[in-house]
Design a protein around this ligand. Structure first.
Ligand SMILES: Nc1nc2c(c(=O)[nH]1)N[C@H]1C(S)=C(S)[C@@H](COP(=O)(O)OP(=O)(O)OC[C@H]3O[C@@H](n4cnc5c(=O)[nH]c(N)nc54)[C@H](O)[C@@H]3O)O[C@H]1N2
Ligand SMILES: Nc1nc2c(c(=O)[nH]1)N[C@H]1C(S)=C(S)[C@@H](COP(=O)(O)OP(=O)(O)OC[C@H]3O[C@@H](n4cnc5c(=O)[nH]c(N)nc54)[C@H](O)[C@@H]3O)O[C@H]1N2
Ligand code: SF4
Ligand SMILES: [Mo]
Length: 904
């Protein structure tokens, strides 16, 4: 297609925003005729992504099928109509409040709601029910950043913008796996690095795709950040970077903060961080000499019992150098969810009141008048961990969960499940029919999902973008805001008769500017009178947008003028004492469990788990463990490991690798009971949390690990749909979509009985399918393949002697294919012809495995671009480029070593 034509075709369709991460990429969607798929392109005009998308964004079209969708309301397990469901919810909430008071009910909501949904939920709970028991999964995500911002700036303000990535000379990524979690921004950073030579420092306890691209990787001990940044702060105080004018004119509290920060000797810093003196010095020197320094941070900072102190320790370094609010510099908290920022703006956390106002008497008075609230709450409510504890203790008796899956994502998840199960009345609004949380609900409410709903979201740089619908609501689904408003009206409250999201947004904008007069940072008064059609046309914009051009000159960045939102307009240095994790390792639980994300899955996999494209990169839950620890524990690569803590356990595939340090293990967060036998890592994690922000310590849980003793191991590729309940014959299993069917890893003990019989019960779809098989009594293995008219139905590999070996990627690609006699035998052998080994999928967009990439590197492709030319890997979204680059690096190190050895 000629360039102009292809650009033009990209520009037609519905302009909307990606529903996954906080980058907030613009998307152009064109639905298929049946409305169960869509063509998805990056929006070239959206200022967050300029047309780029990552692997998850690119695969959005494949997540729109109605498979596994919740399409009808359900009451106590039976389908019902909306009237009955909504009456029951309103009635039960009213009854509970009448009998036990407003604090006996709670909402647990989500950074994946739209701003309009969030606004009405918050208004209902705080203004009309009269409690502040509304908290959100953003507590697990952004609470420490919010608290840190408020302590330093007086408000929850993100000072910078994405353009700073292109304008910085030094980017420090702290506790952020940018390459996998914010891939489009990472691509922007790497492009800038090529353009202007930006230096990248990554502070992370493990090797990641992000550290692979760093000039300096500070492989810090989990929790060592406060010690590191305190030392940097003290160093800067005596350096050329000290900005006396800024400190004198615009800040308070340097002395006491510096005193605390200086309390550690360099030896103590080395001990607390596990870093070398040389690396620490290099970092400090780079920081000192680079005025355009940007500090990007995420969950390695926030999810800690010292999370708020970590945030302030980082901000202190920017305040002492005056590096804030100007191009290419500043502290930059990168948000996780698509609308975690919107939720913070609305005030949907239990310790906020509404729209950047808290519980001071004047705010309470103002909000009461604005909402005409009959029963305004008076003070903060329960934060997530405390809220579920209160549910467990029976203090909260009616709970409404929206757009989040706490039975999987809350720490100490088994207790959370127990609490939800015990709670007398639980309502869950979701888009899928069966999440681990939904199975515990009394009332299930079917919400519209991405593509069907309409509203606004705010990304990490304070940019508000429209999510627009391009599909009809399927079945009997309703929009979240509609459901909330209908319940509010049935409870007898005025103020919820909105007809569409634009009316909610208008009220929200009015509230943001109500008696504001520049006293609050969040002001979008320009939209106070926005009409429905103008709302539909809103282009992505950054707040503030007061309607007064002069006031909005700071829209891109805050604080360049040194005016903060504290009483005397000065920023605060905050003393940040070093504290250890709350639950420390001991002789029984001697390893530190760190948790996080993988590139192609989103949280609890309710959407990304539906696409085979996103399930091929990593299809099984795992735990990474250092070779020295593995040796001590007699654990080998590919063994099944039992990871246990005081709170619970998980069964995970062991990956033995020095990408994690000795004493540390890492596991991803995504697997649920839908996709694995027992891999929910939050059944293991500790509920300890930061005393200021309430954010749980999800990156540090003391655990121990042992090898699971097993009798048999198997791998199945099959076209037949397999239900989790059928897999109870295995002690360990993990299932993922592959090709036209499913891939299942299993392992078990003697309780399974006849293994061959059991496996056939899982795979055999057609009674007369043709089976070819192979058995080796010496190696104690057997395999069989099933065909229906030469179409491969299932390929099964089993062993009584350890994990099975088979090229899983290649087998997955053959499931459902019609095969020749020779190919049939190769499938039975589990291997492609030599020289064609697929290896693990690296590029999920183009389906390219590590085998093919390695062969092209070995044949001379020495850049990511050349590998792309030869294999197509990395040529679509580019999310896999860091992994290809890492493979090139390893291969070049290998050949240098071989050359040296040959020369000797
Ligand atoms: N692919 C994908 N992308 C996502 C998501 C997803 O589910 N999948 N979720 C989105 C959401 S909601 C969020 S919140 C973001 C999260 O984005 P990130 O915060 O980048 O992701 P995580 O993997 O949780 O953790 C980041 C890193 O912190 C490191 N870390 C652990 N402990 C410490 C420590 O004590 N100090 C330091 N310096 N580092 C530490 C971990 O090793 C890990 O590499 O991702 C968003 N993007
Ligand atoms: N150990 C550990 N645990 C963690 C983390 C970690 O790093 N380590 N990270 C934490 C963080 S940062 C986060 S953000 C959380 C995320 O954890 P969750 O929020 O629990 O995870 P999701 O899978 O995103 O849940 C979203 C739910 O909303 C549903 N949904 C999707 N769209 C809609 C909609 O439009 N309306 C409604 N009503 N429902 C919808 C989905 O089907 C899904 O069930 O996990 C936290 N838990
Ligand atoms: S980086 Fe990926 S997941 Fe995040 S908003 Fe953009 S396309 Fe969506
Ligand atoms: Mo998050």
């Amino acid at each position: 297609m000629p360039l102009e034509e292809s650009l033009a075709s990209k520009l037609t369709g519905t302009r909307t925003t990606c529903p996954y991460c906080g980058v907030g990429c613009g998307v152009i969607a064109n639905p298929s005729d049946d409305g169960q798929a869509a063509d998805i392109q990056g929006d070239p005009e959206h200022p967050s992504n300029f047309g780029k998308l990552c692997s998850k964004g690119s695969a959005l079209g494949e997540t729109l099928t109605l498979e596994e969708r919740l399409l009808e309301p359900e009451l106590e397990g039976s389908k019902t109509d909306w009237n009955s469901a909504l009456d029951r919810v309103a009635g039960k909430f009213l009854q509970t409040i009448a009998e036990h008071g407003p604090d006996s009910v709670a909402f647990y909501v989500s950074g994946q709601l739209l701003t309009e949904d969030y606004y009405v939920a918050n208004k209902l709970m705080k203004g009309f029910i009269g409690s502040s028991n509304i908290d959100t999964n953003s507590r697990l995500c952004m609470a420490s950043s919010v608290a840190g911002h408020k302590r330093a700036f007086g408000t929850d303000t993100v000072p910078g913008c994405y353009e700073d990535l292109e304008l910085a000379d030094l980017v420090v990524l702290i506790g952020s796996n940018f390459a996998w979690c914010h891939p489009v921004l990472h691509q922007r950073l790497l492009a800038a690095k090529i353009e202007r030579g930006t230096k990248i420092v990554v502070v992370d306890p493990r090797d990641t795709a992000t550290t692979d691209a760093a000039d300096l990787h500070l492989k810090i001990k989990v929790g060592g950040d406060v010690a590191l940044f305190n030392a940097l702060f003290a160093y800067l105080a005596n350096s050329n970077a000290y900005n006396d004018t800024f400190v004198t004119d615009h800040t308070n509290g340097l002395g006491s903060a510096l005193e605390v920060a200086s309390s550690f000797s360099m030896d103590e810093v080395v001990e607390a961080t596990g870093l070398t003196i040389e690396n620490i010095e290099t970092f400090f020197e780079w920081y000192e000499e680079t005025s355009r320094t940007l500090s990007i941070y995420s969950q390695g900072v926030n999810q800690s019992s010292s999370g708020t102190n970590k945030v302030n320790a980082i901000i202190n370094c920017h305040l002492i150098t005056g590096r804030i609010g100007r191009p290419g510099m500043g502290p930059f908290s990168i948000t996780g969810q698509p609308n975690a920022m919107g939720g913070r703006e609305v005030g949907g956390l239990a310790n906020q009141l509404a729209v950047h106002m808290d519980f001071e008497p004047e705010s309470l008075d103002r909000v009461k008048r604005f909402w005409k609230a009959p029963n305004l709450t008076r003070g903060p409510g329960l934060k997530a961990v405390d809220m579920f504890d209160a549910v467990h203790e029976g203090k909260i008796k009616a709970l409404w969960i929206m757009a989040t899956n706490p039975a999987v994502s809350m720490p100490n998840a088994a207790k959370v499940r127990d609490a939800i199960e015990k709670c007398p009345f639980v309502v869950v609004s979701d888009i899928v029919e069966n999440s681990d949380t939904l199975t515990l609900a009394d009332v299930k409410l079917p919400a519209t999902g991405w593509g069907e709903k309409s509203g606004t979201v705010t990304n990490s740089e304070r940019r508000i973008s429209r999510q627009r619908s391009f599909l009809k609501p399927p079945g009997n689904t309703k929009h979240d805001w509609e459901i909330i408003c209908e319940v509010a009206q049935r409870m007898g409250f005025n103020g919820f008769s909105f007809q569409n999201p634009s009316e909610i947004f208008r009220e929200y904008a009015q509230m943001s500017t109500f008696e504001n007069n520049q006293s609050r940072d969040f002001d979008i008064g320009k939209f106070s009178e926005v009409s429905s059609s103008e709302y539909d046309q809103i282009k992505p914009f950054q707040w503030p947008k007061t309607g007064n051009a002069e006031q909005d000159t700071s829209a891109k960045r805050f604080f360049a003028n040194g005016q903060f939102f504290t009483i005397d307009k000065r920023a605060n240095f905050v003393p940040t004492p070093v504290r250890s994790a709350i639950n420390l390792i001991d002789t029984e639980f001697d390893l530190v469990l760190n948790t996080g994300r993988i590139r192609d899955q989103w949280h609890t996999m309710t959407r990304t788990g539906k696409t085979q494209r996103l399930s091929t990169h990593i299809g099984e839950p795992y735990v990474e463990i250092n070779p020295k620890d593995a040796l001590r524990l007699n654990l080998k690569d590919a063994d099944v490991a039992v990871v246990s803590s005081k709170w619970g356990k998980a069964y995970l595939r062991a990956i033995v690798t020095d990408r994690v340090s000795q004493g540390n293990v890492f596991s991803p967060i995504h697997w649920t009971r839908r996709y694995a036998s027992r891999a929910c890592i939050d059944e293991v994690t500790s509920p300890a949390h930061d005393p200021t922000s309430g954010q749980p310590e999800l990156k540090y849980t003391p655990v121990n690990i042992r090898k699971m003793e097993l009798e048999w191991w198997a791998y199945i590729g099959t076209m037949k749909e397999i239900e989790p309940s059928q897999l109870s014959g295995a002690v360990y299993w993990a299932i993922s979509r592959r090709g036209d069917g499913w891939a299942v890893e299993l392992a078990g003990d003697t309780s399974t009985g006849d293994l061959s019989h059991y496996l056939k019960s899982l795979t055999s779809k057609f009674p007369d399918s043709e089976i070819i098989s192979f058995e080796n009594s010496v190696s104690k293995e057997f395999r069989y393949s099933e065909f229906n008219s030469n179409q491969l139905q299932a390929a099964v590999f089993a062993s009584f002697n350890g994990p099975v070996e088979a090229d899983r990627t290649w087998i997955g690609q053959n499931i459902g294919k019609t095969l020749s006699q020779e190919e049939r035998l190769r499938v039975l052998a589990g291997r492609p012809p030599s020289g064609q080994v697929s290896g693990k999928i690296v590029c999920s967009c183009m389906g390219v495995g590590s085998g093919e990439i390695l062969r092209s590197i070995q044949a001379g492709a020495n850049t990511v671009a050349k590998v792309g030319e030869q294999t197509c890997a990395g040529t679509n979204c580019g999310s896999c480029k860091p992994e290809i680059a890492a493979m090139i690096k390893v291969q070049s190190e290998v050949s240098t070593k071989m050359n040296l050895e040959a020369a000797e």
